[in-house]
Design a protein around this ligand. Structure first.
Ligand SMILES: Nc1ncnc2c1ncn2[C@@H]1O[C@H](COP(=O)(O)OP(=O)(O)OP(=O)(O)O)[C@@H](O)[C@H]1O
Ligand SMILES: [Mg+2]
Length: 228
């Protein structure tokens, strides 16, 4: 389809641990269209992070294919995959993965340095991303000084700084209290509606679903769509 941003077909992933075979994903199909906010719900350990990593080209499925912006991630080389991740996909990791030796602004600018922008361009764009999520005042703080919720905001700004076509967010409200959860979800909603950024969240927080335009359940390795 013309406006398909992400398409996964027949994704299968099994982990082997000792004598145990853990079939985490069994023939998972998912199509995400431009402008959607898709939310995948599922209890802890069902494979949400595993699926998101595969969809974002950070991990490989055992079988199946992932298309991002009409490019099959399995058919390209390592450098091309890095470029697609850098330019088109904004990733919010479950555990932030912020760099402790750098400040907030440097962390947010990092994907732009990787993309080859010079310091001035990268910092200007990073400042805009921080203004957008309301965290510009703290741009010179070390990330080690931030609370869990504040780190989550910085991680979101870093995911958005390249103007990606899709943001993949793993438990974006995982460390937040009720007020901060609400505030982060409203920010994501604004980004989705005003900037037309397509969003895919995975979470076990039911509340996130209220903001999504489509929701799915991941259970026993299978993905099923629920109407709202
Ligand atoms: N590299 C790995 N090797 C072996 N088993 C793994 C590996 N990564 C994940 N698993 C297992 O796969 C299952 C799914 O893990 P995953 O992290 O995707 O779950 P999740 O739904 O994101 O959970 P949570 O909500 O707690 O974040 C778990 O049982 C986990 O132990
Ligand atoms: Mg997880």
């Amino acid at each position: 389809m013309e406006n398909t941003i992400l398409k996964a077909e027949n994704i299968t992933k099994t982990f082997i641990s000792g004598n145990e075979r853990l079939e985490v994903l069994k023939n998972v199909d998912l199509e995400v269209k431009a402008g959607e906010w898709v939310c995948i719900l599922g209890p802890s350990g069902t494979g949400k992070s595993t699926l998101l990593h595969i969809l974002g080209g950070l991990d490989l499925p055992d079988a199946g294919s992932v298309m991002v912006n009409h490019t099959n991630l399995q058919s390209i080389n390592h450098q091309q995959l890095s470029d697609i991740r850098n330019k088109h996909i904004g990733f919010v990791f479950q555990f932030h993965h912020l760099l402790p030796e750098f400040n907030v602004l440097e962390n947010v600018a990092m994907p732009l340095f990787i993309a080859g922008l010079n310091h001035q361009q990268a910092f200007t764009q990073a400042e805009h991303a921080l203004q957008d999520i309301g965290f510009w005042e703290r741009r010179f703080s070390r990330t080690t000084e931030l609370s869990g919720g504040e780190k989550q905001k910085v991680a979101l700004a870093r995911a958005l700084v390249t103007n990606p076509i899709i943001v993949l967010a793993d438990e974006p409200t995982g460390n937040l209290d009720v007020t901060n959860t609400e505030s982060l979800l409203v920010t994501l909603q604004r980004i989705n509606q005003e900037k037309k950024v397509t969003i895919l969240t995975v979470t076990h927080n039911q509340h996130v679903v209220d903001y999504a335009t489509r929701k799915f359940w991941l259970k026993n390795g299978k993905l099923s769509e629920n109407s709202k």
